[in-house]
Ligand binder design. Sequence first.
Ligand code: GDD
Ligand code: MN
Length: 415
Amino acid sequence: MNVNSSSTLLAVPTGPLQISDLPPINEGAIASDIFFSLVIPTYKERDNIHSVVQILTQTLNEYIPEDYELIVVDDDSPDLTWEVAQFLTKEYPQLRVMRRQGERGLSSAVIRGWQVARGQVLGVIDGDLQHPPEVLTQLLSQISQGADMAVASRHVDGGGVSSWSAIRRFLSRGAQLLGLIILPGVLGRVSDPMSGYFMVRRSSIAGATLNPVGYKILLEVIGRGNIQKIAEVGYVFCERKEGESKVTWKQYVEYIHHLIRLRLSTGRLKRINQLAANFPMGRFLRFGLVGLSGVFVDMAMLYLLSDPSTLGLPLTRSKIIAGEIAIFNNFLWNDAWTFADVSMRQQQWHQRLKRFLKFNVICLAGLMLNVLVLNVVFNFLIRNRYIANLIAIAIATVWNFWVNLKLSWRVTDVK
Ligand code: GDD
Ligand code: MN
């Protein structure tokens, strides 16, 4: 039985944020390594921490009794969360507590906790019960089945958010879209890159110097770790019981800073061949064929609507109607063929409507990108409108495919 050596606080590691490949031998520890270490970063969670520890203990005692530890890493909360947690160590022997008084921040707190962790698998969960503890057993089973990382996602089957405002939802999706553009090789590997609820094999990140900013620890781990297989488990992000979210605009600014820094510092070639290896070429070819059918539909409708020998409507109005009909045509084919494996699990009409609306918005944005690229290429690069148009169509098609793949056909069921 892992007995916590005493109810003293853990020493706070200093130096680079690097995870060792072997669990540290802790002073006085009886067993130096166990299977699973779960870090709980806390800031002003005094009213939540007891129930969090209690429920996590109950969940893990059933699944991996005596083979796990909980590590609370508190950033010197003014409500003395660390002191409440320290007191709990008497009742919960597998609980260890770290009080940081210098360094601050959610991401670095998680890594400092992982640096003192003894587990072969390192996890993180919020300390406010917004991440349902019961999902842990599904994540752990994914790791046992060979995944290097298991992420709790709000954007796969069974996922969702309960009480977020439209603004927070929009910001979260907007942040994800921005990430897909700046760092597709990282953000594109998971459906919920904003998740703060996941676990990873120690061996997959051992030796990597992590250098996170702000809240998005998952980006840093995927960006700098050596992670082959990622599994995802759907979960519903619950309402807070006590206290409030510490997310402010500052976290969003830090997020953009983090994206750019990761983009600049992770190996370009490594990213490109990882992206190529993960790129769903078969699906992309189907998407391209559907797009081609859309070109014929667009041309045929333009002829029927605007040609003097038919209806003879004004060109712009005809083009807009023809374009929209072509988008509808493409949606039907993509939903029934290109992404059939995903859409067949979300057949209700409101789910299809949500997919169609997202598809529409993304394709209209793609149309604008198409016009922009056509003008740039034709006016500054190649004075041949048809070659310029082909380049523009190719770029817009990759945009439409990639963003629809990540946003439209991963519909979130709001519970
Ligand atoms: N040690 C430490 N230091 N902990 C912190 C800090 C900090 O500076 N800031 C927040 N925390 C702790 C909180 O106490 C809570 O346990 C957890 O980190 C999440 O903080 P919240 O402020 O509740 O974030 P949220 O609920 O809005 O968003 C969370 O869930 C999202 C979805 O998984 C965060 O984990 C986001 O990163 C995540 O995207
Ligand atoms: Mn929270």
